[in-house]
Design a protein around this ligand. Structure first.
Ligand SMILES: NC(=O)c1ccc[n+]([C@@H]2O[C@H](COP(=O)([O-])OP(=O)(O)OC[C@H]3O[C@@H](n4cnc5c(N)ncnc54)[C@H](OP(=O)(O)O)[C@@H]3O)[C@@H](O)[C@H]2O)c1
Length: 218
C-alpha cells in the first residue's frame, strides 16, 4: 500500500476517511501526496484534518462534494495542477451517507435521490473525472497487471449492499446490527482495509470484499 505514491480520498474529514488519512501518513512509506478531500475544508468538521496538514506537507486538503459534478471537475483540476505531470495511483471513493431511520414506511424520494447521488453517482463521476490522472499513473508505471500502487479505484462499500446477504440483515432489528458492529473499531477496520489494498490484483477487479479481504457475494 505504501508504494502508492499518490492517493486521493473522498469524505476524509471524519470517520473511516480520516482514519485512512492518519494511517497512510503514519505508514512506513507514506505516499508522496495524499489528497484528502471533503465538503468544507475550512469548516469546524475539518479541524482535525487541518491540524494534520499543518504537520504533514504531503497532505493536501481539497474541497470536494461528490454530489456536485462541477465541484468534482474543479477538484480534478486542482489535483492535476498539484501533481504537476505525475499521475494518480489510487482513488478511494469513501464518502457516503446512510439514513438509519429509512424503512419502507418512511423512505422518501428526496432521501433516495440524495443517497444515490452521493453513494452511487458520486463514485462514477469521480472515476470519470480522475481517469486521465489514473491512466497517466498506469502508463508511467513499470508494474505489470493491476495493483493499488500502479493505478486503482477502490469504492468503499458495505455488506448491506450485498443482495445475497440481504436476508441476513434485512429481517434483523437494526439495533442488533449496530451493536454487532461495535466490536470493530475504526482503527481495526482501516488497518484491515489498508492491508487488503496491498494484495489486490486483476482477479479482484469488480469484486466486493470485506475488511479482511474475504469475498462478499453481490
Ligand atoms: N461505519 C461503518 O460501520 C461502515 C460499514 C460499512 C461501510 N461503510 C462505508 O464507509 C464509508 C465511510 O463511512 P463512515 O462510517 O466513515 O461514515 P461517516 O463517519 O458518516 O463519514 C462520512 C463521510 O462522508 C462525507 N460525505 C458525505 N456526503 C458527502 C458528499 N456529498 N461529498 C463529500 N463527502 C461527503 C462526510 O462529510 P461531512 O462531514 O461533510 O458530512 C464524511 O466525511 C461510507 O461509504 C460507508 O458506506 C461504513
Amino acid at each position: 500500500m505504501a508504494a502508492a505514491r499518490t492517493v486521493l480520498l473522498t469524505g476524509s474529514n471524519r470517520g473511516i476517511g480520516l482514519e485512512l488519512v492518519k494511517q497512510l501518513l503514519s505508514s512506513p512509506r507514506p505516499p508522496a501526496w495524499i489528497f484528502a478531500t471533503c465538503r468544507d475544508p475550512e469548516g469546524t468538521r475539518a479541524q482535525e484534518l487541518r491540524d494534520l496538514a499543518s504537520k504533514h506537507p504531503n497532505l493536501v486538503l481539497v474541497k470536494l462534494d461528490v454530489a456536485n459534478p462541477s465541484a468534482i471537475r474543479d477538484a480534478a483540476k486542482v489535483v492535476e495542477g498539484k501533481l504537476n505531470g505525475m499521475g494518480l495511483n489510487l482513488l478511494i471513493n469513501n464518502a457516503g451517507i446512510y439514513t438509519p431511520t429509512a424503512t419502507l414506511e418512511t423512505a422518501n424520494a428526496e432521501d433516495m435521490v440524495s443517497t444515490y447521488k452521493t453513494n452511487a453517482v458520486g463514485p462514477m463521476l469521480m472515476a470519470q473525472a480522475f481517469l486521465p490522472l489514473l491512466k497517466k499513473a498506469a502508463q508511467d508505471s513499470k508494474e505489470k497487471g493491476l495493483s493499488c500502487s500502479k493505478a486503482a479505484i477502490i469504492n468503499i462499500s458495505t455488506i448491506l449492499g450485498s443482495i445475497k446477504k440481504t436476508p441476513d440483515s434485512f429481517f434483523k432489528p437494526v439495533i442488533s446490527y449496530r451493536c454487532s458492529k461495535a466490536d470493530l473499531t475504526v482503527d481495526t477496520s482501516v488497518r484491515g482495509l489498508l492491508s487488503v489494498l496491498t494484495i489486490l490484483s486483476e482477479k479482484h477487479s469488480g469484486t466486493l470484499l470485506n475488511w479482511e479481504g474475504k469475498a462478499i457475494p453481490w
